[in-house]
Design a binder for this molecule. Sequence first.
Ligand SMILES: [Zn+2]
Length: 275
Amino acid sequence: MTTTTVQWSPGWTTKAPEPGDLVLMLSGSGVFKPDDGWLQPLERMPEHAENTSFVSLGSADGRPVFVTQVSESVSTGYDVVSLRDALLTASDVPAAMLSTGFQVWQWFQDHQFCGRCGGGTGFHRRERAKWCSHCNIPWYPRLAPCVIVVIRNQDRYLLAKSSRVKRDFYSLIAGFVEPGESLEAAVVREVKEETGLDVTNIQYRASEPWPFPHQLMAGFFADYAGGDLVLQEDELADAGWFLPGSRPSVPPSTTISGRLIREMEKTILGREIKF
Ligand SMILES: [Zn+2]
């Protein structure tokens, strides 16, 4: 595997790409990956891409970066890597660049027309936003805040198996924040709905963009405060309290759930942690 490290900075322009600029090439939920790194110079794009649209992402090593979509039929010469595999397993991924690329492209596709009047949208002159000149309203990339929480009960912590994931894989309680709700209130509600448990001492730990398609995950520690484990069957297939070191398969530490689980284990074992 290559170890090309890209110094990527987010940014925005409405200018069209020029030769020498770099392109992140998406295909559905995958990335067309050149041999070296994740970006392709514009002049080396597949021929059919001449009529495609490009959307600005920022710059990499000082060169402008754009995102576009290419057809799977031109995959010759590229590895096609799913975004999920790239973020979970590849060691050389500029994760923020890929996450941004997918979310910006999704926004570009989803806001070609104004959601209020149905007319076509253009680009906002200064910001990364689509603009309806009839309604004078911007359409920004959508973000969906979510909470994810690891719950401690003395020397154990709670892991749960989703009823929607077929793999034998345990993770944490997570869910979308509702309108009008704080992150902490969302933690309390999601845990109660999915497990029947009450929690207290809710402490923010870290966040992570999760571009499937546009979640922003906010990770918390919480302490068990009462209640019996009663699973919401359409959400959870199983759940239980586990001791550090005696748990089932969990997500890798490249994900926020994997990090929270491992940090909770260190906390229970009394080791110093740096999140
Ligand atoms: Zn409109």
